[in-house]
Design a protein around this ligand. Sequence first.
Ligand code: AHM
Ligand code: MG
Length: 404
Amino acid sequence: MGNFPRFGRGRRLTSPNATRVEAAVPYTNSEAGAQTRAVDRCGAMKRVASSHSIDDFGEDLDSFVTLSSFILTASTTCPSLAAKGHIKKEEETDLCILLQSVATSCKYIQNCVRKLGLANLSGKTQDLTTNVQGEQQMKLDVIAHDVFARGLDESKRCTMLVSEEEEDAIMCATSPHGRYVCVFDPLDGSSNIDCCVSVGSIFGVYRAKTLGVGDINDVLVPGKEMVAAGYCMYGSACTMVLTVGGNVRGFTLDPSLGEFVLTHPKIKCPPSGATYSVNEGNSRYWSAGMKRYVDHVKYDKESPHSLRYIGSMVADVHRTLLYGGTFSYPGDSKSPNGKLRILYECFPMAYIMERAGGAASDGTQRILDIVPTSIHQRHPIHMGSEEDVEEIDRFHREAEMEGK
Ligand code: AHM
Ligand code: MG
């Protein structure tokens, strides 16, 4: 790992010395155990193969579907999604290859996270580098960025990449299959990592407007134009949550198999919840609308909502997606645009939340309608259960009408 060459700063990813990305996930359980599992689940795998498209695949939890089999079977045996007007068959195949690369990168990062205190992977970079936002980079930030960038470049399905850890967009090696642009935060929440708090990778995929040609304007479009989005949470379990525009699915990494296994075939965010998640230490800087909303859930409800805030977006959003409630990083008088980056933090999470029946807004407009003007732009966000996000919007609207 230590010799991992860096990628980025607008360089083309064509180094002949580039090290290949490999999934270094240990197989800890006995082979016999893994074989039993494969035999037990064999019949189920046949049932899965008769599914119709990547979007109605693996609904049945009794079936044994890994992310790899989900992606590969969908790309080789399923009729095109074109019938649904979402993406064409050849685009779907290339998207599957791209997603496979992301999954491999996430397994690699998960492996590093698990070895954090053991393999000199914790702490800040030796030369105390900062990223474009002036934040101190952790060693794992740099490794995760390199793994994502190299894996996506080698997939030959991308024209361009945008990473939180690189100031400029990264142009990929030329490929006739380069039909996508991938934006990613390779390791979100990394400032918490040395105390073993859950962290995660976030990604979103856009179509390249011109095949094989990287263009920054391909990502300066509303988030609703994404074709896929996902995140991987390195928590008490390693969970990948993914949507290609249809259902939101959750896959949990089985460490004995080194495979993500479908565990949540159709994630739905509850319509309302009883938790709010926000850095309440900033409340003195909040707008009247935000203050009133939080007072409302604490004092006006029959029972007060619970505050849950990890300070690691992937973990806070994952909990909100599964249990309901809201996650907010609002703008305030100190940071009018909040903290989170629209392209690779807000958009992918908002896309997933909406696909799961939830909502995402900045208090006045839908997040996915916003058109970014620069790749590292920050934007306020509130997301989660639809009814709760509507309530946040209402409080913001009312305070604004009062001129507060
Ligand atoms: P990062 O991309 O530098 O890790 O920062 C983003 C993280 C999010 O995961 C989290 O929601 C937020 O920062 C927490 O910020 P704060 O400590 O201000 O509450
Ligand atoms: Mg981040």
